[in-house]
Design a binder for this molecule. Structure first.
Ligand code: ATP
Length: 233
């Protein structure tokens, strides 16, 4: 089964076409990269996959569940790490994660929350208010939030944009472990180096279109000599 199946997705904002008929399939267990410059349509595609925005036309399913017809099932199969750091500033880290679990109608599972906190080096911050955390720590909480309902598929929208080298390494190691444990991972990024390091296959999105989709090694070879970067610029 495909973990994510995107079929001919068009998204228009007025007369502007942000996605011009995007089709791609992410296989179960895959580490898949969605690469593209600013404005390519990555976040638009992610929000459609997450059911937060409707496509103008086309279909998307997650673990076999159609996102518009079976929203709850599709959404339960998906953990999304968004780009924006949006939290209630007066909740502690632990409360924030409990709230996320509640959103999915889950019973309180502090053991699982503790495990997530430990994996993301957040144990010492568990009872700290969100407003007192640094940007990097908040980003870790975003990742933690995406995991509370144990989704098989995890989508990370530019998780390393603007973060320091140490946190980037921590996040990379963590998503690698998740992938090794059987989770399907989709990572959007501007950085070819990041996609190359982590992803088995890459789709390159540019101005709302998939301009290349291949195994990472083949794609890099095809675009060797920096031409890939030029195309992405
Ligand atoms: P970035 O790397 O900068 O996050 P992106 O690849 O995620 O870029 P999107 O945020 O998906 O790109 O935006 C794709 C295009 O759609 C952009 O030109 C953007 O201005 C436009 N767009 C996105 N959301 C809206 C909206 N709500 N109304 C109008 N245009 C929008």
């Amino acid at each position: 089964m495909n973990a994510i199946d995107v079929q001919s997705v068009v998204k228009r904002y007025g007369s502007f076409e942000a996605l011009k008929g995007v089709s791609l399939q992410v296989r179960e267990g895959e580490f898949f990269g969605l690469l593209g410059p600013n404005g390519a349509g990555k976040t638009t595609l992610i929000s459609i996959i997450a059911g937060l925005s409707r496509p103008t036309s086309g279909r998307v399913s997650v673990m076999g569940h159609d996102v518009s017809a079976e929203f709850r099932a599709a959404r339960s199969a998906l953990g999304v790490v968004p780009q924006e750091l949006v939290f209630d500033p007066f909740f502690t880290v632990r409360e924030t994660l409990r709230l996320s679990a509640g959103y999915y109608g889950l019973r309180r599972d502090d053991a699982w929350i503790d495990e997530i906190l430990a994996n993301l080096d957040l144990v010492s911050k568990a009872d700290v208010n969100m407003r007192a955390l640094s940007g990097g720590m908040k980003r870790r909480v975003l990742v933690a939030q995406a995991l509370v309902h144990r989704p098989p598929v995890i989508v990370l929208d530019e998780p390393t944009a603007g973060v320091d080298v140490e946190l980037r390494q921590t996040l990379w190691q963590f998503v690698r472990r998740l992938n090794a444990a059987g989770h399907t991972i989709v990572l959007t990024t501007h950085y070819l180096e990041e996609a190359q390091e982590l992803c088995g296959r890459i789709a390159m999105l540019k101005q709302g279109e998939v301009v290349a989709l291949d195994r990472t090694s083949d794609l890099i070879r095809r675009f060797a000599g920096g031409r890939l970067l030029l195309r992405l610029a």
